[in-house]
Design a protein around this ligand. Structure first.
Ligand code: MLT
Length: 336
């Protein structure tokens, strides 16, 4: 009888060990995460939290290493690399995913998302789910976490900017993203599309005068060394997803897929907290480092009117129809 119990225990243990061995291999596996931004950035925070949870949940069998500052290529190139399965993960701005999956452009339409709470509501609800499905279908990558980085503020090295008239004469770098290019055109200037990985040098060498990115990114990238003036416009609340190669995701066991998704959820939660806790101090740091902040005149009225009138209708088709924008706005308690 006793022998029988021991045999049962042994069989149970052996089965569990086999399941664990199949789910999590014996030798540690290290995945690569491309990161567009530098150390100290919200992107890095998301990546570190993801790696920490991944390692903990797999008892060290899986690890992830971050390659900061675009070391593994421009953000847009990393989407292709993940799609082809030559890169495991990438952390990048959503505007650099849009060229490969146009419906996520709905998240970069000017003046749609107006706070961190709204960003969380959209990305964590049905709309976020649908957009994630679309990136798998269109781009071969799956969004598993969101970085919340704050509003993209305008910076430049030449003069204070408060009105659209002040923008005239400035050469502003934008990502290679049609919605953002058109937004600046609606404001009366022709911006310069450029990869993120080339932006610091272009600003430093005065090939361009300015750019826009969140306070957190401006600080992490040390733009205060080469840019003086900040205009806190609120046209895009920056969302920076962690994407995984869908090929890699599908090659995992269901147990590992669940771990990856869990680590992504925890990284997303961490990112929202990090932004809440840090943004106000970062803004102070930028001022302490010599930056001058000039609020847009008249509550940004002319910026909002020009951008929403010219840009929204132009992108109804590419985001999947006017009703997609209507749905987002309705979820946020607004209407078209
Ligand atoms: C860009 O401006 O291309 C991106 O926002 C950069 C980033 O990932 O922070």
């Amino acid at each position: 009888m006793k022998k029988h119990i021991w045999l049962k225990w042994f069989t149970g243990f052996a089965t569990l060990a086999l399941v664990m061995a199949l789910a999590f291999p014996v030798s540690a596996k290290t995945w690569k995460i491309a990161v567009g931004d530098s150390g100290g950035s919200p992107q890095e925070q998301t990546g570190l939290k993801f790696a920490e949870v991944l390692e903990k949940e797999t008892k060290g069998k899986y690890k992830a290493t971050l390659f900061l500052n675009g070391q593994l290529g421009s953000e847009q190139d990393t989407v292709n690399d993940c799609a082809m399965g030559t890169l495991d993960f990438s952390l990048l701005a959503i505007n650099n995913v849009t060229p490969f999956s146009p419906t996520v452009g709905s998240l970069s339409l000017p003046y749609v998302i107006q706070s961190l709470d709204e960003a969380v509501k959209i990305t964590q609800g049905d709309i976020g789910k649908e957009l994630t499905e679309n990136t798998i279908r269109d781009a071969g990558v799956r969004i598993i976490a969101w970085t919340y980085t704050g509003f993209r503020v305008l910076t430049n090295s030449k003069k204070p900017v408060k009105t659209l008239d002040d923008l005239k004469g400035l050469v502003i770098r934008v990502p290679k993203n049609a919605i953002m290019i058109d937004t600046y055109k609606s404001w009366g200037i022709n911006p310069t599309p450029m990869a993120w990985s080339e932006t610091f040098t272009a600003l430093q060498q005065k090939v361009v005068d300015g750019q826009d990115n969140p306070y957190m990114t401006v600080y992490a990238m040390k733009f205060y060394e080469i840019q003086k003036y900040v205009t806190p416009i609120r046209y895009i609340f920056s969302l920076e997803p962690l994407i995984i190669s869908e090929e890699l995701f599908q090659s995992q066991t269901p147990e590992m897929q669940a771990v990856i998704l869990k680590a992504g959820k925890e990284a997303t939660r961490h990112s929202a907290n990090f932004l809440r806790e840090s943004e106000a101090n970062i803004k102070k740091e930028l001022i302490a480092n010599g930056m001058e902040i000039n609020e847009p005149a008249n509550g940004e009225k002319e910026w909002i009117e020009k951008a929403t009138t010219a840009v929204w209708p132009k992108y109804y088709d590419s985001i999947g129809g006017k009703d997609k924008l209507e749905k987002i706005l309705k979820t946020l308690g607004r209407s078209l």
